[in-house]
Design a protein around this ligand. Sequence first.
Ligand SMILES: Nc1ncnc2c1ncn2[C@@H]1O[C@H](COP(=O)(O)OP(=O)(O)O)[C@@H](O)[C@H]1O
Ligand SMILES: O=P(O)(O)OC[C@H]1O[C@](O)(COP(=O)(O)O)[C@@H](O)[C@@H]1O
Length: 302
Amino acid sequence: MIYTVTFNPALDYVVFLDNLKLGDVNRSTRESIFYGGKGINVSTILNTLGLETTALGFVAGFTGKAIEDGLAAQGIHTDFIHLPEGNSRINVKVKHGDETEINGQGPVITEEAINELFAKLDTLTKEDILVLAGSIPNTLPEDIYEKILASLESKGIRIVVDATKDLLLNVLKYHPFLIKPNNHELGEMFGTVCKTDEDIVHYAKKLQEKGAVNVLISMAGDGAILITEDGQNIKMGTPKGKVVNSVGAGDSMVAGFITGYIRGGNYEEALKSGTAAGSATAFSEGLASLEMYEKMLKQITE
Ligand SMILES: Nc1ncnc2c1ncn2[C@@H]1O[C@H](COP(=O)(O)OP(=O)(O)O)[C@@H](O)[C@H]1O
Ligand SMILES: O=P(O)(O)OC[C@H]1O[C@](O)(COP(=O)(O)O)[C@@H](O)[C@@H]1O
């Protein structure tokens, strides 16, 4: 089973505007709602691509119920922990030629709820894959991902971490199977800006030296660079298409990568599949459909 953990699920409210005027009343031309949060997006794409997945994490209130019910209706297994107070957040994504996002803080996660999560994770075995993805509410300690990896250290579970800054840096010593910062996040972690492919390879290798098994650096429309466990360095551009909404492209890339790795058994296939899923999402209003993924994969492999 592929488990994902989303500490801070969200309803993604995507609003399309011709232009945005700050300090004024703006009217949208159309809007959509998606079930979001990074781990949930990974589960959604895995499910679309035909892999079994269970979404774990914390939900609260009526928005939490909407997320849980909506995922179940799509056939995605969920095993969320219900928080006693508050509501899961609504993240606002404004598309006005550019993409402006306002991501909420989210409900308070209690100590009991955290203990419940640890109990669920304790049942995982080495046959499972675990994806930890997204931010954590700032009421939680920064070392929570680290504690999860420490508690699972002896089990041989392949763990994917898609997070930024200290949340990511602190887990590297536990040898996560895959990490996927984007090029901006990579630079931020080293207090620099990665301007060239050489910069990206240089700093990605530093993350590998700190313990990550495979390091995938996504670069939006410029594609991605993968540094594999055996020292290969593979760059892949993107297929052609028109960007509609790139929210969730990174999460889709993680899900596609896992799918390609499981089905193809090697990192080249994983990167192709990850790229196809990432771009398929960028070229769609919501997350990628199977048709769009297959179309992208065909462009990449031909
Ligand atoms: N504008 C785009 N055009 C084509 N593909 C894209 C675009 N944006 C994202 N993608 C695809 O999705 C992947 C992940 O996107 P990226 O924006 O780097 O991730 P994140 O959402 O984590 O910042 C990219 O490597 C690429 O394959
Ligand atoms: O947990 P965070 O970092 O606040 O991000 C949550 C947001 O990230 C998303 O998962 C999208 O992530 P990406 O665009 O980085 O792939 C949205 O669905 C969600 O609103």
